[in-house]
Design a protein around this ligand. Structure first.
Ligand code: ZN
Length: 85
């Protein structure tokens, strides 16, 4: 049985307030994060592979769906950090 390998991004690269991560087809991560310290259930998302992001804050359920939809179609691979290049 083959176990998929996940290329983990160091926590320092994740947006502040990250609450969920989605894996793209190319093994990059899409981060779902709170829109701010007092934002309640409002969230944004950003792909750590291709840089795509939400244009505005959305309710968590909508932002989560958009982040997952992006991850399901994005073929971006994790961008190497300078010390890894
Ligand atoms: Zn992407």
């Amino acid at each position: 049985m083959h176990t998929p390998t996940v290329a983990a991004v160091p926590a320092a690269d994740l947006p502040a307030g990250t609450t969920a991560l989605f894996l793209t087809l190319g093994s990059a991560l899409v981060a779902l994060y709170t829109a701010g310290p007092d934002s309640g259930d409002w969230c944004r998302w950003r792909c750590l592979g291709c840089g795509a992001r939400s244009w505005h804050a959305e309710m968590r359920s909508m932002a989560r769906e958009d982040a997952n939809d992006h991850a399901a179609t994005c073929r971006s691979i994790p961008w190497p950090r300078p010390e890894q290049a």
